[in-house]
Design a protein. Structure first.
Length: 163
């Protein structure tokens, strides 16, 4: 099911959640993610890879050969969007924003995570309108989230954090 023009719901939830809820799996995602992801993809002019559990071997091989990605050599990605509570020990902290449907991890095809973060920071005034409050640094993928931060209804400062 297309969640947006460029993202299917399968990319944003695990195989287990999708198999249990199908198209209704969108219930677990903060609605602002839909707009933020499309806005980022269009403004940054990038393709984003989130979960790959639903990709065929051919799709993974294409990412690997055409873009120099590593997906054909690694396990399928399945916890880069919504993370159900049962995965708390396997994938990050118990109160991760992923568990509230407010966080996404992604790779950008043809551009490094650091370059993506620089471009997001440069245009933060646009992305904050759609709820962006946090990006993580010091990792080789992009983590964005929409966590609540006390203060104005529109955050004025982007929080950068490193694990």
């Amino acid at each position: 099911m297309n969640y947006t023009d460029h993202f299917e719901i399968e990319e944003l939830v695990s195989k287990e959640i999708y198999n249990a809820y199908g198209e209704k799996a969108c219930w677990f995602l903060d609605g602002r993610l839909r707009i933020l992801l499309e806005t980022m993809r269009n403004r940054l002019k990038i393709e984003m890879v989130i979960n790959t559990w639903n990709y065929t071997s051919e799709q993974l091989a294409t990412l690997n050969s055409k873009y120099g990605m590593h997906y054909a050599d690694t396990p399928r990605l399945s916890a880069r969007g919504f993370r159900e509570p049962a995965t708390a020990n396997a994938y990050g902290v118990a109160l991760s924003q992923h568990r509230f449907g407010r966080a996404i991890d992604f790779d950008a095809i043809g551009i490094t995570a650091d370059e993506v973060r620089e471009r997001i920071i440069k245009d933060f005034s646009i992305y904050r309108i759609y709820g962006l409050t946090v990006i993580e640094t010091g990792i080789d993928w992009v983590h964005i989230d929409l966590r609540y931060t006390p203060g104005d209804s529109l955050p004025t400062n982007l929080i950068l954090f490193t694990k």
